[in-house]
Design a protein around this ligand. Structure first.
Ligand code: HEM
Length: 424
C-alpha cells in the first residue's frame, strides 16, 4: 500500500512555502502540508500572502490573536460579500452564524447553545452514543470490514447532532451532503459548481428547517436537552429573529459533522501509520476494557489525535485597527489566516511535535480554537471521539486498511473521503 502521508524533502517544502497561495495549492501539499507549515514557521511566521492577507503559523501568535477579540473581528461581511455576492444564500448563512459574528449577536446565540450543552446534558447523551457505535460495529463485524468513513466515522456525528436538534431520524439523510457543501464553500478557492451547490444547499436546508421549527413551536421539547427548543424560546425575554434562528441551526448542524467525522477517521488512519502507538493503546484497553477507568487515558489520546491531524486546520480574523503580531505591523482591515495545523506542530510549544504521542502531557493544542469563539461543542466532540475510537479498537484490534485511503483534498478541513478496511 502506498504511504498514507508521503515524506516531503526540506527543499520542496521551502519551495512550496516560498510561493504559497491558498488559491493554488499543489497536490503534494494536500498529501502532507506539515513540512510546508514548518518551513513557514521557521522563516516567515507572519507571512504576507499574494492576496495581501497574513498567514500565521506560530502557536504564541495564534493565541495572541484569539485572545484579542476586540482587535481581531470574526465578522465576515467584508470578506464574504465579494466572495459569494450580495444577494446569495451562502452570504446570508455564513454572515448570520455565531462563529462569523462578534458580540453582541455572538454572545446571545452562544449563551443559548451552551445552556443546552452542559456537562450533565452531554453525559446524558453517552448511553445512546454507545448503543449507536456498538450497532455500527455489529454491522461492520457482519461484513468483515467496510469503509472507515462511510460505515463508521461519518455515521456517528449525523446522529448525535440530529438528536441535539431533535431532527427526526427519517429526515437525516440529506444533512451530511448539505453540510459538506455549505462548509466546503469556505475553502479559499471555489469553483462555480461548488458555489452553486453551496447556495442550493443553504436554500434546501432553510426550507427543511422552517418546517421543523414550526412543528417545534407547536410542540416544544425539554429545553434542558433540546437545543432547538432553547433557541426558539430564548432567555430573559431575548429571542433570536427567525433568520438568526434558522441560520444558527444550520451552523450547529454543520459544525459538528465533518469536524467530528474527520477526528474519528484521521485517528483510525493515523494508528495504521503509528503501529507502536496502536499497540500501546490496545495494551491499555486490554481484553475487557473498563471504560470508566479508561476515560482519562482516552481523553488524552483524543486530544493528541486532534493536535496531530487537526480536523479544522485554518481559522480567520480581520484586524479592525492597525496592530502588531509576532513583531509584524498589520494595517487596519488586514485579513489574517490562523493556521491551527501549523501552531499545533510548533516546537516552541510541543516537544517532538511531529510525533504522535498518545500519552502527551500539557497538550495545549488549538484544534478547538481559543478565546470567546472556542468550539461550543468540544466536550461533545471529545465524547464522540473517545467512544468511537475506543470501542472500534477494542472490537477490531487487528483492523487494517486494505487500500490507500482517499483524502478530501481540502486545505481547511482535513480528513478522508474513503478508507476501506478489513477487521482481521
Ligand atoms: C472534532 C470536532 C470539532 C472540531 C475540531 C471543532 C473545531 C472548532 C473550531 C476551531 C471552532 C472555532 C472557530 C473560530 O474561532 O473561528 C469551533 C467553533 C464552534 N463549534 Fe466546533 N469543532 C468540533 C465539533 C463541534 C461539535 C460536535 C459541535 C456541536 C455542537 C460544534 C459546535 C461549534 C460551535 C457552535 C462553534 C462556534 C462557537 C462560537 O463562535 O462561539 N463543534 N469549532
Amino acid at each position: 500500500m502506498p504511504s498514507i502521508t508521503p515524506a516531503m524533502t526540506p527543499e520542496r517544502a521551502r519551495e512550496i512555502a516560498a510561493g504559497l497561495d491558498l488559491r493554488a495549492l499543489p497536490a503534494d501539499f494536500y498529501a502532507n502540508p506539515y513540512p510546508v507549515y514548518a518551513a513557514l514557521r521557521e522563516t516567515q511566521p507572519v507571512r504576507q500572502m499574494p492576496d495581501g492577507s497574513y498567514f500565521l503559523t506560530r502557536h504564541a501568535d495564534l493565541v495572541a490573536v484569539y485572545r484579542d477579540a476586540q482587535a481581531f473581528s470574526s465578522d465576515k461581511k467584508v470578506e464574504f460579500t465579494p466572495k459569494y455576492g450580495a444577494a446569495s444564500a451562502l452570504l446570508e448563512h455564513h454572515t448570520t452564524s455565531l462563529v462569523f459574528n462578534d458580540p453582541p449577536l455572538h454572545t446571545r446565540v452562544r449563551k443559548l447553545i451552551m445552556g443546552a450543552l452542559t456537562r450533565r446534558a452531554i453525559s446524558a447523551m453517552e448511553p445512546g452514543l454507545i448503543m449507536l457505535v456498538e450497532g455500527l460495529l455489529d454491522g461492520i463485524e457482519a461484513k468483515g470490514g467496510g469503509d472507515l468513513i462511510e460505515d463508521f466515522a461519518s455515521a456517528i456525528p449525523v446522529e448525535v447532532i440530529g438528536n441535539l436538534l431533535g431532527v427526526p431520524h427519517a429526515d437525516r439523510e440529506p444533512l451530511r451532503a448539505w453540510s459538506l457543501a455549505i462548509l466546503g464553500a469556505l475553502e479559499p478557492k471555489l469553483t462555480p459548481e461548488q458555489e452553486a451547490l453551496g447556495n442550493r444547499s443553504v436554500t434546501e436546508f432553510l426550507g427543511y428547517l422552517r418546517g421543523l421549527v414550526a412543528e417545534r413551536r407547536q410542540v416544544p421539547l425539554d429545553p434542558e436537552h433540546d437545543v432547538l427548543t432553547r433557541l426558539i424560546e430564548g432567555e430573559n425575554g431575548e429571542q433570536l429573529s427567525e433568520v438568526e434562528l434558522l441560520q444558527n441551526c444550520i451552523f450547529i448542524l454543520n459544525a459538528g459533522h465533518e469536524t467530528t467525522t474527520n477526528l474519528i477517521g484521521n485517528a483510525l488512519v493515523a494508528l495504521e501509520e503509528w503501529p507502536a502507538q496502536k499497540a500501546w493503546l490496545l495494551e491499555r484497553l486490554g481484553p475487557r476494557p473498563d471504560w470508566d477507568a479508561l476515560e482519562p487515558l482516552l481523553t488524552v489520546a483524543v486530544d493528541e489525535f486532534l493536535r496531530f491531524e487537526s480536523s479544522n486546520q485554518l481559522g480567520n480574523r480581520r484586524a479592525v485597527r492597525a496592530c502588531e503580531v509576532g513583531g509584524v505591523a498589520l494595517p487596519e482591515g488586514a485579513l489574517v489566516t490562523l493556521c491551527i495545523a501549523a501552531a499545533n506542530r510548533d516546537p516552541a510549544q510541543f516537544s517532538t511535535p511531529d510525533v504522535l504521542d498518545l500519552a502527551r502531557v500539557n497538550n495545549r493544542h488549538l484544534a478547538f480554537g481559543f478565546g470567546i469563539h472556542q468550539c461550543a461543542g468540544l466536550s461533545l466532540a471529545r465524547l464522540e471521539g473517545r467512544v468511537a475510537i475506543g470501542r472500534f479498537l477494542a472490537r477490531f484490534p487487528r483492523y487494517r486498511l486494505t487500500e490507500a485511503p482517499t483524502r478530501g483534498g481540502r486545505a481547511r478541513f482535513r480528513g478522508f473521503l474513503k478508507a476501506p478496511f478489513s477487521v482481521a
